[in-house]
Design a protein around this ligand. Structure first.
Ligand code: WQD
Length: 335
């Protein structure tokens, strides 16, 4: 049985990916520093699949701890989620973001190089495209100067991986996520923002739950049908399954280059107001919101052209926006 290391495996996307890896017959070992999650997620994963992944609490910025892990754990591939991910925070703490998001990546790749470990899947983001000139966004769209430090760490991360894959024969795939939302059907794992949510959906569900007074809609003067910004909201379970598909592509040596990247979205854009309306329908709860000014750094619209990912990964989304919002609401009710 192949053993896969999942860094950040107790996080939102990481935990859902661990479940799908176990469902697909992989053995999983998780590294997480617990800076943005809790150990309870490990129990929840075990409750869902009946299999408890090995777990190590390691700070991947400590090179020696990374080395020691590989001295005692033989793995057949790595899915690397561990990173800081708050766009706004990244502008206040750029050096923390470069250190955590990039030095950890380099240390992992050095171990892969030295121990001849193959198969690396990287958590990237559509944010590398900035405001794309054409919609939907294909993989041919140019990578633009990142609008945030967070986005820059994803761009630089991809470049580091490409150089390492060429020089050392590490086969790697970067998945450029659009906007992951929702929760596993068991409602035992989901998005766990610590503090005030930065992302739309957790803020929506916390407002509906009465934890937040009202949702601020950041701008209704965008050149979109209803004036609010458009994004491609993908169910986190569909996103998790894309990682399994990417890993199988590498294991089965179907990749055409040593470094590839794919846009992982639904292919459909939804505006903030459309999401609010869909949430009210899915939850049966009217949402308290007000229109305010635009948020600095936001783009008008982003949604994926999924043609390449569907074909090359033999993967496509199966869940709808309504299902994702309903699961997000069910998850919120359990908090
Ligand atoms: C979505 C839309 C906001 C909050 C970022 C990163 C991306 C990924 C997801 C990490 C926008 C609007 C939001 C609110 C609002 N990062 N909004 N009121 O900015 O598209 O993507 O987070 O996983 O890489 O770039 O996601 O959820 O913050 O915003 O009106 O309180 O909702 O303006 O139009 P974003 P988001």
């Amino acid at each position: 049985m192949k053993k896969i290391l999942v860094t950040g495996g107790l996080g939102f996307i990481g935990s859902h990916t661990v479940v799908e890896l176990q469902n697909a017959g992989f053995e999983v070992v998780i590294i997480d520093d617990l800076s943005n999650t809790t150990l309870k997620v490990l129990d929840s994963i075990t409750e869902i699949t009946g299999k408890k992944p090995d777990f190590y609490q390691i700070d991947l910025r400590i090179k020696n701890d990374v080395k020691n892990f590989f001295d005692t754990n033989k793995v057949d591939g790595i899915i690397h989620f561990a990173a800081f991910k708050a766009v706004g925070e990244s502008m206040q703490k750029p050096l923390d973001y470069y250190e955590n998001n990039l030095s950890a990546l380099v240390y992992l790749l050095q171990e892969m190089r030295d121990r001849k470990i193959d198969h690396f899947i990287f958590s990237s983001s559509c944010t590398v495209y900035g405001q794309a000139d054409e919609l939907p966004i294909t993989e041919k769209a140019p990578v633009k100067k990142a609008e945030s430090v967070y986005g820059n760490t994803k761009q630089i991360g991809e470049e580091i991986i490409e150089d390492a894959s060429k020089a050392h024969g590490i086969n790697a795939i970067a998945l450029r996520y659009f906007n992951p939302i929702g929760a596993h059907e068991s409602i035992k794992i989901g998005e766990l923002p610590l503090g005030v949510p930065q992302n739309l959906i957790p803020f929506v569900t916390q407002t509906a739950a009465g934890i937040r007074k009202e949702l601020s809609v950041f701008g209704d003067d965008y050149p979109t049908p209803d004036g609010t910004a458009v994004r491609d909201y993908i169910h986190v379970v569909d996103l998790a399954k894309a990682h399994i598909a990417a890993l199988q592509r590498l294991i089965n040596k179907k990749n055409k280059k040593s470094f590839e990247f794919f846009n992982v979205g639904t292919g459909t854009g939804s505006s903030v107001l459309e999401v609010i309306k869909a949430f009210e329908k899915a939850s049966g709860k009217p949402l308290n919101y007000k229109i305010v000014g635009r948020r600095e750094g936001d783009i008008t619209a982003a949604y994926a052209d999924t043609t390449i990912a569907n074909k090359e990964l033999n993967w496509k989304t199966e869940k709808t926006l309504d299902e994702a919002l309903a699961s997000a609401w069910q998850w919120q009710l359990k908090q």
